[in-house]
Write a protein that binds this ligand. Sequence first.
Ligand code: GAR
Length: 197
Amino acid sequence: MNAPTPIAVLISGRGSNLQCLIDACASDNYPARIAAVISNRPDAYGLKRAKEAGIPAIAIDHKAYETREDFEDALDSALREAGAEFVCLAGFMRILTAGFVNRWDGRMINIHPSLLPKFKGVDTHARAIAAGESEHGCTVHWVTPGMDEGPVIAQARVPVLEGDTPETLAARVLVEEHRLYPEALKMALNDTASVLR
Ligand code: GAR
């Protein structure tokens, strides 16, 4: 088997999707290893998860930078210093400029809590309920300059149930996110390998 691809996981908070990637990478024959976890919020709980797993945990506080581009230059340098060849956004809540996205073209994926192209952006669970959807879910997609617009790699569906609140629906979707992300990352890495071959 080829050596696992060094990836970086970018987070902003709780890091439960990060945890499922940490667990997947610990299993035999998984095609990735996490070279660094980077958060734009120094207090993100996900940084603790990374440290506990012995993974370099880096905080790059976006508030310390005057412009989005300055922040992204720091992010890009940290990714390269860590030796990351692929990036997973996992609850990373900063919009990335086209300049940054293009630097990682074909090597960056995101998990989003809706069945894209439905419900791009935030508050997806509340919006799915308000729209009377009978089905909701999550999507892993390639990151392109348009927000939540890149090609879909994989999706998972859940029913919207009578009496659901945004919280109960989010919890049902999150179970699927944790199942989907490691599988979709594997698929994405296979795609990348076939492009490079
Ligand atoms: C997840 O539900 C993820 O899909 C969502 O943030 C949550 C992060 O949870 N991402 C977005 O909304 C991106 N637009 P986690 O920190 O526990 O993984």
